[in-house]
Design a binder for this molecule. Structure first.
Ligand code: GLN
Length: 452
């Protein structure tokens, strides 16, 4: 059986068991996908979050709004994957328009955690993380605006990467918060994630926000971390996190010391502003980006008595409650009476958060190491009635998107059977060190062993 056939069979089994990790899974469409026979990813089956355009597949964004929409084109990242020989087998389930941290905000139903089906896989790229964790594909694309690859990767026990803003083209990624969005990668190992990033990164004339840099080239894993200074931000290591997550981080730090890294306590004093800042900026940008879904240009249309009535009926029926909440918040913080009080202030706070990272990296810290999430995977339904609790799942991931720097989450152990993730954060465009050090730690920590 080819890798592609094995992957299709495995996905079909998972879906028949009710994981719900994919949207519109179709074995015939998967077999009919064009791909090159040679190249660095030849014959490798990959899954793609359903907010990234893949010709020949739907592009629902987990929304009723785009329920029947099919993509007429490939995102740049997809075109590059195909040119490298990869085959796209499935589109993965997500929180509607990538807004959420549990994949419970999908119009197509929640994704189940791959180890414990009573729990969430994290989100919004929950389908991508769950399908990789289940062994159906070695890697899957996701998208990050505030942690949507790293957080589900941590919950599901796989590697999750958020590249530097501008590293990967956003052409064909449905926009959520354009100044924050990046395509990211869930993978079964650090080196696999690196090989995928190598293929999809690099300048794209179709996305003027891509940086004019050569594609990322992975280096060999570091065998010693002598001379590498790793900072531990004290604001990320408070008592707010689960004791088990803390134990996992402590064990990983001990391994970094065994590798001869220099460990230094550092401070990122504006960390507490990240969640409020993110939840002004991301909804502001979303309210503008989602204006295009008006019942005329794409997807669902519900007629009304006049044009305004048609807009209202289409958007009211097409968008779920979390998306509507974001549009309302975003419109509010951008409105003339509140722009200075909220949006302008958030931009100032964002600059402070970015300066925190700049300062520690200028002071000789090469990488930061933190927990990826404060808790392990929570129960289905536990946070759906309390949006703020849901938002707090991203306290350790959202600052990275606000600053535009790259970060990587890797599994560092289990707590009562559930994966714990550790996160490295690097200066902008230093993915080379990020991957080399993460791979060194990956070799040292028993990812599936209990942390205490
Ligand atoms: N959970 C965050 C949100 O709901 C981040 C989402 C993301 O990264 N796409 O906005």
């Amino acid at each position: 059986m080819t890798d592609l056939e094995a992957s299709i069979t495995r996905i079909a089994t998972l879906e028949s068991e009710g994981m719900n990790a994919t949207i519109g899974f179709d074995t015939a469409a998967a077999r009919a996908q064009p791909h090159a026979d040679t190249g660095p990813l030849a014959g490798i089956p990959l899954a793609v979050k359903d907010n990234i355009a893949v010709r020949g597949f739907g592009l629902t964004c987990g929304s009723r709004m785009l329920g029947g929409y099919r993509s007429p084109f490939d995102a740049t990242a997809i075109q590059r994957l195909r040119d490298a020989g990869a085959c796209i087998v499935a589109k993965t389930n997500l929180d509607e328009f990538a807004m959420g941290s549990s994949t419970e905000h999908s119009a197509f139903g929640p994704v189940r955690h791959p180890i414990d089906p009573t729990r969430v896989p994290g989100g919004s790229s929950g389908g991508s993380a769950a399908i990789v964790a289940s062994g159906a594909v070695p890697a899957a694309l996701g998208s990050e605006t505030g942690g949507s690859v790293r957080q589900p990767a941590a919950f599901c026990g796989v590697v999750g990467v958020k590249p530097t803003y501008g590293r990967v083209s956003r052409y064909g990624l449905v926009a959520f918060g354009s100044s924050l969005d990046q395509i990211g990668i869930c993978a079964d190992s650090v080196s696999r994630a690196g090989r995928v990033l190598h293929v999809i990164s690099g300048r794209d004339p179709r996305d003027p926000s891509t940086a004019d840099r050569d594609p990322f080239v992975p280096a060999a894993a570091a065998t010693s971390l002598k001379g590498v200074c790793i900072g531990l931000p004290q604001e990320y290591l408070t008592d707010d996190m689960d004791a088990a997550v803390r134990a996992g981080v402590d064990r990983a730090v001990a391994r970094l010391r065994d590798l001869d890294a220099t460990i230094r306590d550092v401070s990122l004093p504006h960390t507490h502003l990240a969640i409020p800042t993110y939840y002004v900026i991301a909804p502001a940008e979303a309210s503008s980006n989602l204006a295009r879904f008006d019942g005329v240009r794409y997807g669902l249309r519900v007629d009304g008595p006049d044009v305004r009535g048609m807009y209202r009926a289409s958007r009211g029926a097409g968008f779920g409650p979390e998306v509507q909440r974001r549009i309302l918040i975003g419109t509010y913080v951008l409105s003339s009476g509140y722009y200075d009080a909220y949006y302008r202030k958030a931009l100032i706070a964002r600059a402070r958060i970015a300066e925190d990272f700049d300062r520690v990296f200028r002071d000789g810290v090469d990488l930061l190491f933190t927990p990826t999430t404060p808790t392990t995977a929570f129960a289905l339904g536990a946070r759906t009635t309390d949006p703020v609790q849901m938002y707090l799942a991203d306290v350790f991931t959202a600052p990275v998107n606000l600053a535009g720097v790259p970060a990587l989450s890797l599994p560092i152990g289990r707590a009562e059977g559930l994966p714990v993730g550790g996160q490295f954060i690097a200066p902008a465009f230093d993915e080379e060190r990020l991957f080399a050090v993460a791979e060194a730690l990956e070799r040292m920590v028993p990812a599936t062993e209990e942390v205490r």
